[in-house]
Design a binder for this molecule. Structure first.
Ligand code: FUL
Length: 490
């Protein structure tokens, strides 16, 4: 072999070596297998919304009630200055990502001109019976880049056929109108309050239905999937999003996005289970916290002085978004058809407060070390690179495992935010946080589940390192994000 040919041979050998090493390291960096139920695309998009507006508006706004009986004359519905653009602008300016409107509440009055009943805006004096709030809301949401959702009360105290099989056709026809006439819907809200006394076309009687069987929910779910494949459905029992089990704004500290929903149904009295979900749940059904900015869901003049303050909304944020739930905050328009100045003020102040609270993130791009990583692609620094699509993961079977953020110098902190890479399932069962203060490791806090997002407060501590121990997980923890903050105050 002459010299001329031996050079390429060396290069070939080097190349071969590189390929073999590459292959070996590729097998080493195998991504973790998904574990348990996983979120669908529509659920992933919903998780990222985090915070959006609920709008309760109907005849009740004018009759000063929370539950209309169903005998209200459409003549009472006459907002003097209704402006969905104001709702949408406020939602947008407040940092919300969408609006869910009570298209029909229990009283049966429809905010759109349904072809299946006269009990709607078309029989009201508002816009001379030519109005359609759903249409106006659609335009406003588009203008402000918001998603739109609908609440269609299953219980209808106006309908003469409520309680009979015929009502199901009526309900589904109305649902079809909402799902085909107003563009893309991100969430359909199925309420759990059902049956009781009502007008029922003049019968004025009590009608009880069997929550479990009457509505044939699976048939209704099929319609939603067909007409709006991107929409998530909410109810006490999912199928996509579950009620958190209370209306006071409290997400559960331990909060599984998982639920064994097979034997559950709306209005079935499952409130206790719904907070935590099921650790061994068979389905991905995360929690949504629905709560009102006022004591009532509808506007009442006497409650103008009882609007939640920005500080109170901040607490709600921690007990909902901070606990692996989305926050659906109700802001009811008044008789003018406008969000009241006091409510608007609180919402905008809350936005400012939130921005200040999370203005100083301290972990980003700091040195991160892990007790173990399954390879370069999954190294510790993936938790603070600001990219939600990358994550740290230790090798299989390496739990407990920990990540340490090295802040470089003693730094004041009082908030921590953690996120799992939920596309691979919800895995963390328990974690703890330690801080290095004056050369000594101190225990700071314990936690249970993480899921999409957890934010925890603690009194200011001056630490040079923070260690997050994932002490128990169903399979190796898969962490996409760790943030540390120094929020104003103590
Ligand atoms: C409940 C209803 O009865 C309330 O009026 C309100 O709509 C709330 C969000 O859901 O079940």
């Amino acid at each position: 072999m002459n010299r001329k040919n031996s050079l390429p041979l060396t290069i070939n050998l080097i190349l071969l070596l590189l390929v073999v090493t590459g292959l070996v390291s590729c097998t080493k960096v195998r991504a973790p297998e998904p574990y348990g139920p996983l979120p669908s695309e529509r659920q992933l998009a919903w998780h990222e919304m985090e915070y959006y507006m609920f709008v309760h508006f109907t005849v009740n706004t004018f009759t000063d009630r929370e539950w209309g009986y169903g005998d209200e004359s459409p003549a009472v519905f006459n907002p003097s200055a209704l402006d969905c653009r104001q709702w949408a602008k406020v939602a947008h300016d407040a940092g919300m990502k969408g609006i869910i409107l009570t298209a029909k509440h229990h009283d049966g009055f429809c905010l759109w001109p349904s072809a299946y009943t006269g009990h709607s805006v078309k029989s009201s004096p508002w816009r001379d019976g030519q109005g359609d709030i759903l249409r106006e809301l659609r335009q406003a949401c588009d203008e402000y880049g918001l998603k739109m959702g609908v609440y269609l009360s299953p219980w209808d105290r106006n309908s003469a056929v409520y309680g009979t099989p015929e009502y199901l056709d009526y309900y589904r026809n109305q649902l079809r109108e909402l799902l085909t006439g107003y563009g893309e819907i991100f969430e359909v809200w199925f309420d759990g309050a059902n049956g009781g006394d009502g007008f029922y076309g003049g019968a004025r009687e009590t009608r009880r239905i069997d929550n479990k069987t009457y509505y044939d929910w699976s048939g209704t779910h099929t319609i939603v999937r067909e007409l709006q494949p991107g929409a998530v459905m909410f109810s006490d029992a999912g199928p996509d999003i579950r009620w958190v089990g209370n209306e006071s704004g409290m997400g559960s500290l331990t909060n599984w996005c998982l639920l064994n929903k097979d034997d559950m149904y709306p209005g079935g009295g499952f409130a206790k289970i719904l907070g935590e979900g099921h650790e061994d749940g068979k389905y991905w059904v995360p929690a949504e916290v629905d709560v009102s900015i006022r004591p009532g869901w509808f506007w009442h003049e006497r409650q103008d002085s009882m609007v939640r303050s920005a500080e109170n909304l901040m607490e709600l944020y921690y007990s909902s978004v901070g606990r692996n739930s989305n926050l659906l905050l109700n802001v009811p328009p008044d008789k003018r058809g406008l969000l009241h100045e006091t409510d608007v003020n609180s919402l905008l102040k809350f936005k400012e407060l939130r921005e200040k609270e999370f203005a100083r993130e301290l972990a980003k791009d700091k040195k991160a070390l892990a007790s173990d990583s399954r390879g370069r692609k999954f190294r510790a620094s993936m938790v603070n690179d600001g990219d939600p699509s990358t994550y740290w993961a230790p090798s299989d079977g390496q739990t407990p495992a920990s990540v340490t953020i090295d802040l470089g110098t003693p730094t004041e902190l009082n908030r921590i935010l953690l996120q799992e890479y939920i596309k691979l399932g919800q895995r963390v069962q328990e974690f703890s946080v330690e801080v290095l203060v004056d050369g000594e490791w101190n225990h700071l806090l314990d936690g249970t589940t993480v899921g999409y997002k957890v934010i925890r407060k603690f009194p200011v501590v001056t630490a040079s390192k923070v260690r997050i121990n994932f002490t128990r997980a169903k399979s190796c923890p898969v962490i996409s994000n760790i943030e540390l903050y120094r929020a104003p105050g103590e």
